[in-house]
Design a protein around this ligand. Structure first.
Ligand SMILES: [Zn+2]
Ligand SMILES: [Zn+2]
Length: 327
């Protein structure tokens, strides 16, 4: 893991003086391991405050990441009544970015909500509507939001994102845009995050390939990202690969395989221009499912399949829970 992190870091150093973004893996799995579901913290490397990209696992992810020294530079002020985990949750995570409302992307936020601090929940309107209707409704859970059924406790402010305009993220120096993705009939999202140095990182929630989903939403995202690659602003893409290549295309339910991800990245390469236009670009693989089978560990298979057919020269990175790295 260190070696891969180093490669990512070297790419960054060779391309830009400014490090870009710090990322902490709170949860790396696309199911079924409760305590390790999709969630990443991200901050500008020069700043202290994080945002959460998805929130499948929050508290357990903070505990594991802290044990792995992800927050070794953070000092809890002596006057704070909170533990380091409490301080991180309440003071350092400044907003949740929920790609879609499937449980493996927001369970950690819901479970931590009684002890959480006031925050914004950022997402596409359809995602915020589903969270409002399905979870924070006084049936599944108390309504901690500022919309929806019954008395609104107002701890969380829903903020609808647009694909057109950059929105400043409160209490950070980051800005965000969100683009829709197709996830087997569910609207999922990609977040494009920008810092003050105009560096960009793209985080995608669950998505199928355009060819399988009969969609052009990934194509639109690639078009949006193309100028940032040409200008050397794009620091990396975080994207799912849920299944290995031996899962039939009709059984993917809105997810990617190594073959389909490489097909999509080739589309992106074609848009950027010459063969080799993506060489050295870090691609962070998320959402590999925890396996109950003795044989054919999907993590190993996906890793092998992506690297074996990687003729576009990107650098795949496979973070485990607690891993911290820079893009
Ligand atoms: Zn998922
Ligand atoms: Zn999903």
């Amino acid at each position: 893991m260190f070696k891969k992190s180093l490669l990512v870091l070297l790419y960054s150093v060779s391309t830009y003086a400014h490090a870009g973004f710090d990322i902490v893996t709170l949860g790396s799995k696309g199911g079924i391991q409760d305590g390790n579901l999709t969630a990443f913290l991200l901050k500008d490397s020069d700043e202290q405050n994080y945002i959460a990209l998805d929130a499948g696992t929050i508290i357990n992810g903070l505990i594991v990441a802290d044990q792995q020294q992800a927050f070794k530079d953070l000092n809890v002020p002596p006057h704070s009544p909170y533990t380091k985990i409490g301080y991180l949750l309440r003071e350092k995570i400044k907003g949740y970015f929920i790609s879609h409302a499937h449980l493996d992307h927001l369970a950690g936020m819901i479970i931590a909500s009684p002890d959480d601090s006031h925050k914004n929940i950022y997402g596409l309107a359809s995602v915020n509507d589903t969270i409002t209707e399905t979870y924070f409704n006084w049936k599944a859970w108390p309504n901690f939001g500022n919309r929806g059924q019954g008395y609104q406790l107002g701890k969380y402010n829903y903020t609808d994102l647009s694909s057109q305009d950059w929105l400043p993220i409160k209490n950070t120096n980051l800005q965000v845009k969100a683009l829709p993705l197709s996830h087997a009939g569910v609207e999922s999202s990609a977040f494009i995050i920008k810092n003050n140095q105009k560096q960009i990182v793209a985080y995608l929630g669950d998505t199928g390939a355009d060819r399988i989903e009969k969609s052009d939403l990934l194509n639109s995202l690639w078009s949006t990202l193309t100028p940032y690659i040409k200008n050397k602003q794009l620091k990396g893409i975080m994207i799912e690969t849920s299944f290995s290549n031996d899962v039939a295309e009709r059984s993917l339910y809105g997810h990617l395989t190594p073959k389909l991800l490489l097909e999509e990245l080739t589309q992106l390469e074609n848009k950027v221009g010459d063969k080799g236009a993506l060489t050295g670009l870090p691609i962070v693989i998320t959402h590999i499912k925890y396996s109950l089978l003795k044989q054919s560990d999907p993590q190993t298979m996906i890793q092998q399949q992506l690297n074996a057919d990687n003729n576009i020269g990107v650098i795949f990175h496979f973070p485990a829970q607690g891993d911290h790295f820079q893009l």
